[in-house]
Design a protein around this ligand. Sequence first.
Ligand SMILES: Cc1cc2nc3c(=O)[nH]c(=O)nc-3n(C[C@H](O)[C@H](O)[C@H](O)COP(=O)(O)OP(=O)(O)OC[C@H]3O[C@@H](n4cnc5c(N)ncnc54)[C@H](O)[C@@H]3O)c2cc1C
Length: 381
Amino acid sequence: MIGNGLFGSATTRHLAERGHDVLNIGAASSGPDVRGTPEANWPTHRVYSSHNDAARLTRRQDRDPAWADVTARAVAGYRRLEEASGITFFHDVGCLIVSRPGGDGINADPIEVMGETGVSFTLYEAGDSTWRETWPSINFPATHYVAFEPSPAGYIQPKRLIAAQNTLAQRAGAAFLVDTASRISRADGRFSVETAGGETFLAPKVVVCAGAFTNFNGLLPVPAPVSLKSEVVVLGEVSEADAVALGDAPTVKYLIDVVDLEGIYMVPPVRYDDGRCYIKMGANTTLDHPMTDLDEIQEWFNSDTDPRYLPIFEPVLRTLWPAVEFVSVRTQPCLITYSPDRIPIIEHQGDGLFVATAGNGGGAKGSDAWGERIASLVEQN
Ligand SMILES: Cc1cc2nc3c(=O)[nH]c(=O)nc-3n(C[C@H](O)[C@H](O)[C@H](O)COP(=O)(O)OP(=O)(O)OC[C@H]3O[C@@H](n4cnc5c(N)ncnc54)[C@H](O)[C@@H]3O)c2cc1C
């Protein structure tokens, strides 16, 4: 198994619990830097990932049955995973879905989708501001309705979910190596996996779960049909008092009317690896751009985010939380991996080489069930 992110850790656990011998080779996934953690003990093969962040939204709702079924199954298993591993990662604080009636012209009207998919919610029509009695700290325009989707909507902490998966996988006999796979080749009916740390492993089957880095580092003879898009989130640091006061605030999906932004997502204060608490907000922006080259990607993660992003994000964050005195506000670079049909790619490339990637910006919440699906494909081929 190459990659110890959301898909790789889940797949490793499912395979190990089904009795298979698994070695997971993955770049380290924790560190003190909240910007894409330099998981680089290996300067020549720097690898970052989509989970180096402290929170991911989770909801059952999705119009596409391929997503809805998988996500629902994973969400239903969160508490079981927490109990079995002893590691908590799920916060069922609910989610506020905020939109103009009819949607924003790009996205369908969220409450129509929720109605179609049978997700229950409490609706405050546009102009009805009684929702403020329950959530007085947050601010939305009166032109928009506010719908509250209760538990199990909320957020998960991706690194803690990975730690839970790894704990259970290890208990079931899986081995782990913190290293970067630098080449996969085939000889004498087996795969040879070389690492940047100078080791070589032979295996009858290899699963590549390398997220945005699937097509780099000589892992696959046939590239996966993914496209990569830059994504930026803003982190608003809050005081300890605000972190406590707002800790149970719901997550937010907000179809905002701002020219440069589309589809706000937001998580209440969460403690990051640097010990500080941040409200995280992200969105598609008109500055986002495709990325194809590994050097360009490393540069993207290593350099300060384009200074044009903060002036777009910061006023929106401050308008959403008018009473919060942010200690600091800054942006953080990330990368989204898309597939052509916007469904994760889970494929057998042949001879026992598998690839699973393309969370399409939403793969964390259902990762346990995607991992289960990958494990089944590996068993069947
Ligand atoms: C800004 C942002 C916000 C998001 N918000 C949400 C959200 O709210 N809800 C949600 O469900 N999803 C969300 N996602 C998507 C989610 O994080 C991804 O879909 C998910 O992380 C995909 O899992 P993965 O295992 O494919 O990739 P990753 O989680 O990125 O894991 C890949 C792993 O492979 C490792 N790796 C790569 N190359 C190698 C190599 N050669 N050798 C060894 N290891 C390697 C990497 O270091 C990494 O640990 C968001 C993504 C981004 C970027």
